[in-house]
Design a protein around this ligand. Structure first.
Ligand code: SF4
Length: 284
């Protein structure tokens, strides 16, 4: 196993990209507000947060950056002990999910998301996939929203949604291009690990790499492999993604791989183990 640094850092240019991401989130905020005016409004049941998400490192970085910012707000308002306790609780919850025996790479788990505590604790900067659920994507059977006769819900779609999702993919692609290709920034990973990679010191990440199960350390290289319902439905088409992947000497991963479990309607990802993210990648 490589002994190189496992800690990931946020750069000044990343912060500009996070601002652009938040503007895209605004579009989904607008759609969600519209959806909540309809009969298919979210009922706040919370079961959709029983999931172990996989995200691109870009959104993990955005979450970690915002948690750090929140730390300083708490520090200013309530002092260092409270701020330290705030971030320690978050890190402990994330670390605990690195030992979730029930988690499967498709996102299935018996546990609630590390950021769920009677509601989403990162609501203002929760990832796009959570915003997509029930707004631009269908919902799973357990969701208590009002249903149509066919069991489904109406959700938003069309060119405006496609523009947002393609803009999202463009942003991730730019983020990936701005990073050293061998350092696992352009990677779809288990969210707790992705966020911890920006929060924990290197030594603790290395310790974690020895103690947490192998299954958490698999990732898919390439932003074009962030393939979940909303990116596949509204994002760039397969031929475009295949070309981008091919130019980078990689492959796009498809759902029709034998044995793949993508049971979650809205948020499962095409989860094929491609690389061990504890190691730097050998990419030309
Ligand atoms: S990030 Fe928030 S909204 Fe998304 S699954 Fe976790 S708790 Fe739920």
């Amino acid at each position: 196993m490589s002994t190189s640094s496992m800690r990931r850092v946020v750069s000044v240019s990343d912060i500009a990209a996070f601002g652009a991401l938040d503007m895209l989130y605004n579009q989904l905020r607008f759609i969600e507000a519209k959806q909540n005016e309809t009969e298919f409004a979210c009922q706040g049941f919370g079961k959709c947060c029983q999931i172990g998400l996989r995200l691109h490192m870009f959104e993990c970085a955005n979450i970690a950056y915002n948690i750090r910012q929140q730390y300083y707000f708490v520090l200013e308002d309530n002092g260092k002990d409270t701020a330290d306790s705030f971030i320690e609780t978050i890190v402990d919850d994330l670390r605990e999910r690195m030992f979730d025996d029930s988690w499967e790479p498709g996102g299935e788990t018996d546990e609630m998301c590390a950021f769920y505590d009677n509601g989403c604790t990162i609501y203002k900067y929760r990832p796009m996939v959570c915003r997509s659920f029930g707004t631009i994507s269908p919902v799973d059977d357990y969701c208590k929203r009002m249903r149509k006769e066919d069991g489904g819900i109406d959700f938003f779609s069309g060119k405006a949604v496609e523009d947002v999702v393609k803009g999202f993919q463009d942003l991730i692609g730019k983020y990936a291009d701005s990073k050293p290709p061998d350092k696992n920034y352009d990677m779809v990973v288990y969210m707790p690990l992705g966020v911890l990679a920006f929060l924990l010191p290197d030594e603790e990440l290395h310790q974690l790499s020895f103690s947490a199960d192998e299954k958490f350390w698999s990732g898919n290289i390439g932003w074009f492999n962030y393939r979940t319902y909303f990116t596949k439905k509204y994002g760039y088409d397969d031929s475009y993604l295949e070309q981008i992947a091919s130019d980078a000497g990689m492959d796009v991963i498809y759902t029709d791989v034998e044995g793949l479990d993508v049971s979650s309607e809205g948020r499962g990802v095409d989860s094929v183990v491609t690389v061990d993210i504890r190691k730097d990648q050998d990419i030309d």
